[in-house]
Ligand binder design. Sequence first.
Ligand code: SAM
Length: 236
Amino acid sequence: VTTPTTSEQLKSRLINTSTEDAEEIPGQGVYTPFFLRYVYDPLVVHFANRFTWRCPSRTLLDLYDAHVSGDHLEVGPGTGWYLDRCKFPARSPRLALMDINANVLARSAKRLIRYRPSEYVVNLLKPKQIGDRKFDSIAMTHVLHCLPGSTQDKARALDYLQSLLRPGGVLFGSTILYGGVPQTPLSLSQLHQLNRQRVLNNLHDSLDTLDTALGQRFTKHTLCSVGSVGLFVAFA
Ligand SMILES: C[S@@+](CC[C@H](N)C(=O)[O-])C[C@H]1O[C@@H](n2cnc3c(N)ncnc32)[C@H](O)[C@@H]1O
């Protein structure tokens, strides 16, 4: 994990430094330093997004280019692939990374070191205060489908993230859905296998349930599907 370089980074590192939650969640075991460094991008960002879920990473990157702000929180950054490539509207954006998993934060923070990101270890389902920090944009790309429970259970994470947005701020992202979107034999077999392994927890998630959860919480939102993926943009 990168060394704090500002007082705010130091403060953020002192909050929520436990990773016990990650150790308790079965699907989290996959995010080893080796997997994140050598396997994640070729397997997930390049292969699965395009061929299994049929929503190429370029499409997700377009969402970032359209909505990322100069004061941005990335939730579930993975390897940091999108933030490494997206076009920030500011030359020196303020960037914060939030994840349940310290390995993920270490990998993404290293890749994004040029932005000197703050890091927050937070379990979205047991959210904790991170001081009075607020953001103009928050992205959660391919995170909701990891969270256990019904779409309404997962929506607790949306409540938390909404509380971190400034008025008029935007939450955007994507999630792999089971219902209400087209599936293929490959996507269905992967959905069932990955749900058995608890890497994904999305057999109750559909375009409709996500639309309802967003509509109940945000002033205005859009939701569309590309392949088996729901893409959303919601305004506080
Ligand atoms: C499938 S990866 C997506 C990574 C990246 N956004 C991408 O699209 O390539 C899901 C990310 O969400 C994080 N995550 C899963 N459950 C979480 C939870 N309960 N709280 C916080 N982060 C969580 C994982 O550690 C991981 O970084």
